[in-house]
Ligand binder design. Sequence first.
Ligand code: NOJ
Length: 742
Amino acid sequence: MTNMNAPLANRGNDVNTIEERVNTLLTQMTLAEKIGQMSQLNAGDGYAPDYLADGLRAGRIGAVLNIVDVAAVNELQRIAMEESRLGIPLLVGRDVIHGFKAVAPIPLGQAATWNPNLVREAAHVAAIEAAASGINWTFAPMIDISRDPRWGRIAESLGEDVFLASRLAVAMVEGFQGEDLSATGSIAACAKHFAGYGAAESGRDYATTDIPESELRNVYLRPFNAAVDAGVATLMTSFSDLNGVPATGNEFLLRQVLREEWCFDGFVVSDWDSIRQLQIHGLTENDRESAYEAATAGVDMEMAGDAYSGHLAELVEAGRISIGSIDTAVANILRAKFRLGLFENAFTKPEELPAVANGWALETAKQAATQSVVMLRNEHNVLPLAAAELNSIAVIGPLADAPYQQLGTWVFDGDVELSVTPLQALRSLVGDAADVRYVRAMENSRSRASEAFDEAVAAARDSDVTILFLGEESILSGEAHSRADINLPGDQAELVRRIRETGKPVVAVIQAGRPLTLTNIVDQVDALLFAWHPGAMGGPAIADLLFGIESPSGKLPVSFPRMVGQIPIYYNQKNTGKPPSWDNIAHIDDIDTRAPQTSLGMSAFHLDAGFTPLFAFGHGLSYTQFEYRHIRMSANELKPGDEVTVSVDVCNTGGVAAEEVVQLYVRDPVASVTRPVKELKGFQRVHVEPGETVTVDFRLHTDDLSFYGRDGQLVTEPGEFHVWAGGSSETQLRTEFRLESR
Ligand code: NOJ
């Protein structure tokens, strides 16, 4: 029965549908209360200060962020629900990016798993752990296509490719939000940063982006479209300027694309104070005009600023912003609150949720770490190490035993006590069977002091194998931490050189928040594992891989340049009118100083870097070998609307069982807008026993061949297409088909 004493919004059984409840509530709200819903305040850590309580009672606050004490959150919800006039519950946001207490690999590492099920599971764990603290909204996933490893936030991204990022974006949304957003343990996701943030000039965080509309639609917007189709509850605008209009005031993005074309019915939050920053960008004169631009563009909620609370009322009263558009924004926010079930269930009872950092959480983090590690080199099969044959192992480097650093960027709530470092894991795995000699050698990755190198060299000389733990500390990537030089920092390359001189086998394990330029060290080591920042369980995952308990199965979600000057370098580039070939540039090193300009064939390459990356997108070695055979299609003549099967046989010709990520690429060689030389259109992770051949089938629909054409519309054009399947973007195993016009 309806409780007539309850605040109006809580009389849930007065109306049946969410839309009716939203509309009923809107009719009861004052303008000030509406603007309150559009305002998110930073609550800081710890207990709620008085101003929050007062603001909540007055209906001036619709959401908070950065409060993670469950008792404090419950108290805020109580004030909002019981002491405000309308009893509207609060959104409680937090950056839960790759785990909450039990930290999983950084998102770029998770992308290297190419495993949507695992990525979904990791997000689900994070949601449940965060929900136990009263959080009902995470600012994740970050799905900015990232093709510039200088950019610190590439660590948070899902890499360079539209298809991979879109699949994993959907998996993360599903993991955070669950099947039912109102269920205990589900939290609202936020696809960010809309849009183009990853294209920051020279990889400098927050820098300008200039992206032609066709590139925007074909590349940067697609993962967002996928997230919207998957039901993501919210989107966050980008800090950056897009083609002269900062994203937070960009009507084209927020109205035309997001609302009109994609019919998004969740809400859009600004980034931190990014509404007031419209003035700093040079778009507006003052906060009032910034509020005007953002609200008219379609930003529903302001994060951590006071442009809306300070100016929206006067803009409405002056007739510059209609009450109708305020109502639309508020309806978007209320709809999300109803979908989250907050009106019925705003209070958190941690005892109803699984314990944080439980076995499941840590096992998921470990699996994700294991599958994220990419083996880039393994000369003479120096890996896996054979425990029985080793008497001594030298473990050297600043990241062998760095429990905090292995967690990576964005770990506000991560419990460093849960971290098991590679050194700890190796010691416990090897036990008494071998002597583990640890020399840190460098205070941190940036150190220039080499006094401890002699001790490291001595340890290497006296050991059967050296494992070098190199890379970057977590603070060298993430927001506002871009680098212009992405070599291994400090004197690490010199350390590698000194260890190499011992003549003993050398294995390097690199932890980093971005691809690094490894050209100067790659030939100096026998084996190279790239582990990203692998999270709390990175140590055991790496130890299992080093000793062959698991075979490496990660694949690069982003190309690794040979040198910074190649950036941006990504696999699905355009062909150009003068594509390079190795034949052209074979004599690059002995070019005569008086050689004619045409002597290298006049094509698109760098004299000092060629035209290929050091390691290509999709690349990753295994302890076994996979042979790809017999690519075929169920039909080679297609009509619009057809779906076909592309099959390939994958044979494990090596000696160990392993997982392989089988990749499908397509090229549209002739189109009205030039298309990339290859585009990922499918992938599957399969387990293959030694000697076994598995057939992998991909479904390919003609809609998968579509692209945004000259007029900004999605088109699928007839003609010939090329199809490849293989273990990396460099695969040569190809077939072809024709798409007829009808
Ligand atoms: C700024 C970052 O750009 C954004 O990704 C994050 O969610 C917010 N701050 C909140 O911390």
